[in-house]
Design a protein around this ligand. Structure first.
Ligand code: MGD
Ligand code: MGD
Ligand code: SF4
Ligand code: MO
Length: 747
């Protein structure tokens, strides 16, 4: 019999609460934690397999350095000294633009980013690349304009809605909403609710939907324009809402005038017009919300599609209202606020790309390394992401990594990226450390979980990512001299420490910017963890909305003592807790002074105007050489991005096959199980075919996160070898849902 401990899942952004039975420092059983206020006992098969993430043959045990064609063990002292010296040398020789940082923690925790970005700051660099910037940049940018600030993108209040529309979302498989399967089953069974899916194929989610709009792939733009027109023509728009809560609508409305909705729906999207009218009515006239996902974000016209989804919500009064699209309560935002219109904005050397939400898009990274511009990137610290499998164009990534003068990988496993790096540093896994994520969003209650270690470190040599960043910061001489009293104050509690820190900062205002680094240095020895110290900093710096919401729950209405009160309770609740309750006035979270949703985004005018029926019919044509669409990266229940590596967890299932429609297979003379060649303009690969009902004609589907090398053996096809990094939207989000390809028989 082991001991049951409370933690959370780190395998998707739902971060469901989990209970784990631990025996001899191993996780032996897992179940959903009913005490978690957000997930309420929910758990999927990935969560149940979490032991695979921690206990596996690829775990890193000590720092390593590349010697010839392999890695050799080195000491931490050597690693920190050498990396620091090389970083400073590259900066001195080539300037700050030569240095980059990527990832900074995976889906299970991001406290490291706070320290990683400060480290880059000390070195004068803002080159920060993130996985979020290969999926959500278009929506983060649009939401930032509409709300007035990036970092708290709109979320669906799905559990309070009567009509839920999933648009380019396969929630049954991907979850990507709290308690997704429970939600879907409730929607399916409740006669007063409607569940609508807009997807070119019959997905696993469609099997539970009341209405399926099976549109032709890539025609969402025409469907959106048509639905907006239909709502306006029928007078289903909420004019009082637009009057009261929206600015700029008068300039936006003309963009939709004279659009032939019926022709677009039937001729371009291949849909039944009456069915579309009914969906538009349900969106407008019931308590509706729309969850759009990668079928939109990683597809053609992603930005104007994301934008038009908001237009539809705005004209029907479904933003900032219960059961609609809301600005979530968050302890800290998902990223910084970037505004590329500011002339001071940092841009990349080759693509002149600006950051969105503080992050640059990974798709351009190889170009930014391989370019001959003197400012090109020469050094990378990568942590908590696996670019050699997760980011587009693996072949370009391989070239870029071999061109780097310094490459450092921080991870829990010897993954495909670590294999190419000069230094490999072992991180504690999320089950051995304190950490939290930026995905705790909720409303009006602010849910928060600081996960606590359920295991003793499996190796004495692994460290928190944030502690590694702290060590590098100190080795490079960036840590200012701090008074001994600051190191001592924490022993008398968080309030005593806060007072000491405030006094210090008042006398040394120049250090206000590096507050987290000071906390990491002076409070972590007392708390035994850098991440814990950083959380204290996050609580100190919490927004007015958070503090007011916490006071509403009885926490001290006092800037000084509230931190300790919250921190104590957070530690008492490893299962997660409600930290604050916001007012129901979601509009108050809009950052524009007039508290209105700003709908005019000038930069989109041209694209919106040029999205005519004629133009779209032309643009949708596939190149003759590549007549089919590769859906590169199904988020299927047999993958967990690249975080479950041991194939054992899929025993008896085929996670590697390419799904194909029966009609295509017949047309091409391909049999179920046959090995074929898939060819894109970048590359080709041999792969087994699975004839599947979960497919649209003309499309083939490969799961993402395959091609992993586990315990020395490679499993499946890495789909990112087939994808070009430049086939992307204006934010360099790869068009993974529309990769032109052809399928060849192998004779
Ligand atoms: N089991 C599992 N779950 C996961 C993950 C995982 O690896 N495994 N990863 C997590 C992560 S990081 C993410 S971001 C989410 C992603 O979650 P999802 O976005 O739900 O995942 P996808 O598999 O991309 O599903 C996109 C859907 O869009 C549809 N689609 C394709 N083309 C079009 C089109 O032209 N128009 C429309 N309207 N739809 C289209 C596809 O058929 C597909 O059903 O999943 C998360 N959950
Ligand atoms: N072709 C194609 N590619 C895709 C997608 C697609 O649909 N198609 N989907 C994309 C999407 S939506 C996403 S979000 C990305 C995800 O891509 P990534 O961000 O690369 O996510 P993971 O594959 O989960 O990689 C997480 C890494 O973090 C490591 N890790 C786990 N715990 C810790 C820790 O405590 N500390 C540190 N330092 N490391 C840790 C894991 O071992 C793993 O190597 O993949 C993307 N790639
Ligand atoms: S839904 Fe996501 S967070 Fe929840 S158990 Fe499954 S993988 Fe983990
Ligand atoms: Mo993702």
């Amino acid at each position: 019999m082991g001991e049951w401990k409370k933690s959370g899942c780190v395998l998707c952004a739902q971060n469901c609460g989990l209970e784990m039975e631990v025996e001899d420092n191993r996780i032996i059983k897992v179940r959903g934690d009913k005490d978690n206020p957000r997930s309420k006992g929910y758990c999927c098969r990935k969560g149940l397999s979490i032991a695979n993430y921690v206990h596996n043959a690829d775990r890193l045990e000590h720092p390593m350095k590349r010697v010839g064609d392999h890695h050799e063990r080195i000491s931490w002292d050597q690693a920190i000294k050498e990396i620091s010296a090389k970083l400073l040398a590259i900066k001195d020789a080539h300037g700050s633009k030569a240095l980059a940082y990527m990832g900074g923690g995976a889906i299970g925790g991001q406290m490291e980013i706070v320290m990683g970005q400060r480290l880059m700051g000390f070195l004068g660099s803002r080159n920060y690349y993130s996985s979020l910037a290969q999926e959500f940049s278009n929506i983060y940018w649009v939401d930032g304009r509409i709300q007035g600030k990036q970092g708290t993108p709109f979320m669906c209040d799905v559990h309070n809605a009567d009509t839920v529309v999933g648009w380019g979302w396969n929630g049954w498989m991907s979850n990507q909403e709290p308690r997704a399967r429970e939600l879907i089953l409730e929607l399916q069974k409740n006669p007063d609710k409607k569940f609508i899916i807009i997807d070119p194929r019959v997905s696993e989610t469609v099997e539970h939907a009341n209405i399926h709009l099976k549109l032709r792939p890539g025609t969402d733009t025409m469907l959106l324009k048509a639905m907006i027109r239909i709502i306006l023509d029928n007078g289903w728009d909420d004019k009082d809402f637009t009057e009261e809560h929206v600015s700029g609508w008068e300039e936006v409305a003309p963009l939709f005038e004279g659009f032939d909705a019926k022709r677009a729906v039937t001729e371009v999207c291949g849909l039944d017009y009456d069915a579309v009218v009914e969906v538009a009515r349900l969106i407008a006239k019931t308590k509706s919300c729309i969850h759009q996902d990668l079928g939109i974000y990683m597809n053609r016209n992603s930005t104007i599609n994301s934008y038009m989804l908001h237009v539809m919500r705005v004209i029907t009064g479904r933003i900032c209202v219960e059961g609609g699209q809301i600005i979530p309560a968050m302890l800290y935002p998902m990223g910084g606020n970037s505004d590329e219109r500011e002339p001071k904005t940092w841009r990349t050397a080759k693509h002149k790309m600006f950051p969105v939400c503080g992050a640059f898009p990974p798709a351009i990274f190889p170009d930014e390394v391989l370019d001959d511009n003197p400012d090109h990137i020469r050094s990378l610290i990568v942590s908590g992401c696996n670019p050699l499998r997760s980011y587009p164009d693996t072949l370009a990534y391989e070239k870029a990594f071999s061109a780097l003068e310094l490459s450092v990988c921080i991870d829990v496993v010897y993954n495909e990226t670590a294999r190419l790096c000069e230094y490999v540093l072992p991180s504690l896994s999320y089950m051995e450390a304190y950490d939290t994520t930026c995905f705790n969003y909720s409303y009006p209650e602010l849910y928060f979980q600081l996960r606590q270690p359920v295991l003793e470190p499996l190796s004495d040599e692994s460290k928190e990512g944030s502690a590694i960043m702290l060590a590098l910061t100190k080795e490079m001489g960036f840590m200012p001299e701090l008074p001994q009293s600051l190191y001592e104050a924490g022993k008398d509690g968080i309030t005593a420490y806060s007072m000491e820190l405030m006094m210090f900062i008042q006398e040394n205002l120049q250090y206000a910017k590096i507050l987290p680094v000071i906390l990491a240095e002076t409070l972590s020895p007392v708390l035994g963890s850098v991440n814990k110290a950083l959380i204290v900093g996050v609580l100190m710096g919490a927004s007015k909305a958070v503090k007011k919401g916490a006071s509403a729950l009885g926490y001290p209405d006092d800037d000084l003592t509230i931190t300790e009160a919250l921190f104590d309770d957070i530690l008492k609740h490893p299962e997660g807790m409600i930290l604050a309750r916001y007012t129901r006035d979601n509009f108050s979270l809009i950052k524009h002074e007039d508290k209105k949703l700003a709908m005019r985004i000038e930069e989109l005018d041209e694209q919106l105007k040029s999205a005519t029926i004629e133009n779209e019919l032309e643009r949708l044509k596939m190149p003759t050489e590549y007549p089919m669409i590769l859906h590169s990266g199904l988020h299927h229940e047999t993958v967990a991005n690249t975080s479950l590596r041991n194939p054992e967890w899929n025993k008896g299932r085929d996670a590697d096959a390419m799904l194909m429609n029966e009609k295509d297979a017949t047309r091409l003379g391909i049999e179920n199980g046959e090995k074929v060649k898939i060819v894109t303009k970048v590359s080709g690969a041999e792969i087994n075919v699975e004839i599947s009902k979960y497919t649209a004609e003309g499309c083939v589907y490969v799961r993402h996160g395959r091609g992993l090398i586990y315990d020395g053996v490679k499993y499946g096809v890495n789909v990112n070898e087939l994808v070009s990094s430049t086939d992307s939207d204006e934010f360099f989000t790869p068009m993974h849902r529309r990769v032109p390809c052809r399928i060849e028989k192998i004779s």
